[in-house]
Structures are given as structure tokens and as C-alpha cells.
Design a binder for this molecule. Structure first.
Ligand SMILES: NC(=O)c1ccc[n+]([C@@H]2O[C@H](COP(=O)([O-])OP(=O)(O)OC[C@H]3O[C@@H](n4cnc5c(N)ncnc54)[C@H](O)[C@@H]3O)[C@@H](O)[C@H]2O)c1
Length: 315
């Protein structure tokens, strides 16, 4: 059995990685500063001997080093990050967490002989795609600070990690969502916002014609990609798209939510921001071929899980 350290382990994707590692009989060390992480995402495990929680900020190498020295993890899944809106709001913190924090994790992995590092990159690196479905060799047309930090992370993997023979796998996540993401001022995610607003009878905003698409992947599937890569010795130093290969338009998403809630939305139409990405759809051929990844949760099922969670008062 292995010990897996998960940064951002109390967050949306990280907490599913923790679940899956524990289910497989491994030990988990959750590292999170609870900036956006939720205690309830891991609370069900905290009485187990196989999990430890470390509340630290990965921007400090002193703290990161302390945790690695204390736990000596075999594998690391690095998910801690500032998201897109927060990066715009707090640019220095974005650089500190996303770039310095990632460097700190790589450095600690090297110093303490971690066998493999897997981590969360983003489809943001591609910017507005020139062609869909987007393959991993699509050029980087990113125009956001957040995307720039994700590109910087990739560059750190390709240089520092490779130089020091630390095997890595990076995941360019598409539109990841789950019932554990919650809703807060920091999120732009239409998925949660719409479910809450329609449920509470509030107006929702539809930008543009509603034909903009997303490739919506449930966090449990994104987590499984991490677990598949962690324990596969044959796959290293690669980047993979994590999506479903299917597009869902805003209009289609609205229809799914209305049907599940059995409520009609009050929709306000506003012109779309021309800077926003119009289509998102991943080619998942590479991750299918090399890791045997297959998405299991479709949008209807994912929306149902979110609504069940909401109705149970858990969001
Ligand atoms: N959700 C998406 O649609 C999406 C899309 C593309 C990429 N990603 C990437 O996936 C990864 C995980 O995203 P998520 O959806 O689980 O987000 P999340 O916000 O739920 O999880 C991130 C976790 O990191 C923690 N964290 C933030 N800054 C930290 C710091 N300085 N030190 C320690 N912990 C810190 C937060 O408290 C949170 O628990 C991130 O790298 C994110 O950029 C997510």
C-alpha cells in the first residue's frame, strides 16, 4: 500500500482523489489551506487511521518541506490552485500559489524521493480553440493570468521535474464540476449558479445566444484519471486532456436542469463577452489509449447528483 499526498485535498477534485485512494487501500495525506476547500468534503474520513490532514499554504517551502519530511509520501497528486476569477482578483496570490506553490511541490518531491507527481493543468492553456475537438498538440492561445500560470506549471514539469528525473503527468481539465464544488463568490461556473437560482426562483443570466458549449466532466471522473496515472509505471512525462469528448450547450444544460427541478427558469439575455471561449470539447483519444480512461458520469447524472445534494441541505 502506498501513501498519497493530495494538495487541495479538501477541494472539489482533490477530495474525490482522496476517496478513491482510500477505497483502494492506500493512505492519504490531505494538504489544504481551506481557502476554497471544504471540511465536509473529507469529514467522513477523518476518523480513519489511513488519513492525515495538514492545513498549510503551499506557497511556503518551509511548510511544504515540513509536511513532506513528516509524512514521506510515495506519490503526490497536486490540485491546490487559485481559480480563474481569483487569479484576476489576487494576481500576486495566483503567482504565489500556482507557480511558486507548484515549484515547491516539485522541489519537495525531488528532495524526498517521491515516485510520481500528477497534477491539475487546465484547458485554459488552449484559449479559444481553433478546432474542436481539441487535441493535446493544439497551440497555446491562452489570454488569462490563470492560463499563464498553468502554462508556467507545464514548463516547470518539462524542465525541473525532468532534469531531476521526477516522473510527472499533467491533466488539462475541461469543465470539471461536482456537488462538492459548492457555490461562492469566487466561481463563475454556470452549472452551480443556475441550479441554485432556478431552485430558488431567481433570474438567471444567459450570455449570448446560449449556443456556447462546455465539455462537462464530473470530478469523480477527473479524480479517476489521477489515480490511473499515479499507479501506472509505464506512463510518465505526459499531458492529457480530461473531458468527455461531448459538448453541452448552455441551452441544453438549461433544459436538463429545468427538467430535473421541474421548474421553468426566468432567463435574462445579455450580450456575450467576446473574450469568452465559445466552444469547449476535448479529444480524449490520448488518455483513452494510454491510461484506459473512460468518463462514467454524464451531465444528466451529474446534475441529478448536485440537485440531490442541494435538496439534502449539503451545499
Ligand atoms: N474545476 C474546473 O473546472 C477546473 C478546470 C480546469 C482546471 N482545474 C484545476 O484543477 C485543480 C483542482 O480544482 P478544483 O475544481 O478541485 O478546485 P477547488 O478550488 O475546489 O480545489 C483547490 C483546493 O486548493 C486549495 N488551495 C488553494 N490555494 C492553496 C494554497 N496556497 N495552499 C494550500 N491549498 C490551497 C483550496 O482550498 C481548495 O481546496 C486546480 O489546479 C484547478 O486549477 C479545475
Amino acid at each position: 500500500m502506498a501513501k498519497v499526498l493530495v494538495t487541495g485535498g479538501a477541494g472539489n477534485i482533490g477530495s474525490f482523489i482522496v476517496d478513491q485512494c482510500l477505497e483502494l487501500g492506500h493512505e492519504a495525506v490531505v494538504v489544504d489551506n481551506f481557502y476554497n476547500g471544504k471540511y465536509r468534503n473529507i469529514a467522513g474520513h477523518l476518523d480513519k487511521k489511513s488519513i492525515e490532514l495538514e492545513t498549510i499554504d503551499i506557497g511556503s517551502y518551509e511548510m511544504v518541506r515540513y509536511v513532506f519530511e513528516k509524512h514521506k509520501p510515495d506519490y503526490v497528486s497536486h490540485q491546490a490552485s487559485l481559480m480563474i476569477m481569483d487569479s484576476n482578483k489576487f494576481p500576486h496570490k495566483s503567482i504565489e500559489t500556482n507557480i511558486t506553490g507548484t515549484f515547491n511541490i516539485i522541489q519537495a518531491c525531488i528532495e524526498f524521493g517521491v515516485k510520481k507527481l500528477v497534477y491539475g493543468s487546465s484547458a485554459s492553456v488552449y484559449g479559444d480553440p481553433r478546432v474542436v475537438p481539441v487535441k493535446e498538440d493544439h497551440p497555446f492561445d491562452n489570454q488569462t493570468l490563470y492560463g499563464a500560470t498553468k502554462i508556467a506549471k507545464e514548463a516547470l514539469m518539462q524542465s525541473w521535474a525532468v532534469t531531476h528525473k521526477l516522473p510527472y503527468v499533467g491533466f488539462r481539465y475541461f469543465n470539471i464540476y461536482s456537488e462538492r464544488q459548492g457555490i461562492g463568490a469566487f466561481y463563475t461556473q454556470v452549472f452551480q449558479k443556475w441550479i441554485h437560482a432556478i431552485y430558488e426562483g431567481r433570474e438567471i443570466i444567459m450570455y449570448g445566444d446560449g449556443e456556447q458549449t462546455m465539455d462537462l466532466v464530473h470530478s469523480a471522473d477527473a479524480a479517476r484519471a489521477n489515480v490511473l496515472a499515479l499507479f501506472n509505471d509505464k506512463v510518465g512525462n505526459e499531458f492529457f486532456n480530461v473531458g468527455t469528448g461531448k459538448e453541452t450547450s448552455l441551452k441544453q444544460l438549461l433544459a436538463i436542469i429545468e427538467k430535473l427541478l421541474n421548474k421553468k427558469a426566468k432567463v435574462k439575455h445579455i450580450a456575450a463577452d467576446p473574450h469568452l471561449v465559445r466552444r469547449r470539447c476535448a479529444s480524449i483519444d490520448k488518455i483513452r489509449d494510454m491510461l484506459g480512461f473512460e468518463p462514467t458520469v454524464n451531465v444528466e447524472e451529474g446534475a441529478k447528483r448536485y440537485i440531490d445534494y442541494l435538496l439534502a441541505g449539503k451545499v
